[in-house]
Design a protein around this ligand. Structure first.
Ligand SMILES: Nc1ncnc2c1ncn2[C@@H]1O[C@@H]2COP(=O)(O)O[C@H]2[C@H]1O
Length: 272
């Protein structure tokens, strides 16, 4: 008995809620100038259009364009265009705030503008540094204060393949040779960096001095610190090492191809 009266009161509540909702909607429709008893989609659409057209003011146009730019920022995946679109959106909203006399909107978007500008500048600087970092060893000037000078004479062996690797070199003068692959390393280049990245910290090749020269050295421990502190250097380092490893792979591929041709020629000669 108790449960049926509870059901009844719930139903009654729902009926009252629905009636109240209908009354609310009816009130809105009346406020919009529509007849709640005779409402069609056509009537609703044309009334809405009328309202929108009646509200198009210079200030609202700025708000509309600003909103379009803000939606655009949500669709963007890269930071630079996102910041630019956001700043454009902010500018339109600043104009809207000023024209409509809305101080809160004006101040909020005016404040967002320099924040976006600073972030955009930081991002552009980072992109520039990363680009410079990939362009060559010239960006190694800043590394010099962390390094110690050493001299080598022609014929000196700096290290042998498979030796334990503990330091990296920057060549300043003279010339060095990666013996196994006959690659010369001129002044201004990094050398002995691959050992830093190998899991067992061993030299991947032998290097000897072929022209008296000076180098700067840095221990792998110090290098590790710098690697984690300086993302641009880390990126440069990755580009340099992958470039050298790729060169070595293509050199090996050349040797394999030559050996294959030589074997085929020998086989044809044998048959003949
Ligand atoms: N293709 C290459 N060009 C220039 N240097 C290289 C090349 N391959 C290896 N090396 C250098 O030879 C060094 C041998 O010691 P690491 O393995 O420590 O680091 C290696 C590189 O610095």
């Amino acid at each position: 008995m108790k449960s049926s009266s509870a059901d009844f009161s719930t139903i009654l509540d729902r009926i009252l809620d629905t009636a109240a909702d209908n009354l609310r909607i009816a009130k809105i429709l009346v406020q919009m100038g529509l007849d709640p008893n005779n409402i069609t989609y056509d009537a609703l659409f044309s009334r809405l259009l009328e309202i929108v057209l009646a509200n198009i003011t210079f200030a609202n146009m700025f708000a509309l364009v600003g909103a379009i730019f803000f939606v655009a920022t949500l669709l963007m995946q890269t930071m630079v265009p996102l910041r630019v679109a956001n700043m454009t959106g902010c500018t339109f909203f600043v104009a809207f705030g000023a024209l409509s006399g809305n101080v809160a909107t004006f101040l909020l978007y005016l404040l967002l503008l320099p924040i976006n500008a600073v972030r955009l500048r930081q991002m552009l600087n980072l992109i520039k540094k990363a680009r410079i970092a990939t362009e060559g060893d010239t960006s190694m000037e800043w590394l010099k204060p962390f390094m110690t000078e050493r001299r080598y004479r022609r014929g000196d062996q700096l290290f042998k393949k498979d030796d334990a690797a503990t330091e990296m070199f920057l060549t300043i003068t003279g010339k060095f040779l990666v013996t196994e692959i006959s690659v010369e390393i001129p002044p201004g280049r990094l050398m002995g960096e691959l050992g830093f990245l190998t899991p067992n910290k061993r030299r991947t090749a032998t290097v000897e001095c072929i022209e008296d020269g000076q180098v700067l050295t840095i221990t792998y421990d110090k290098l590790l610190e710098i690697y984690f502190q300086n993302p641009q250097f880390g990126y440069y380092f990755l580009v340099l090492t992958s470039q050298r490893l790729l060169e070595n792979i293509s050199r090996l591929e050349g040797i394999i191809a030559e050996a294959k041709v030589a074997r085929q020629t020998a086989a044809t000669d044998d048959i003949a």
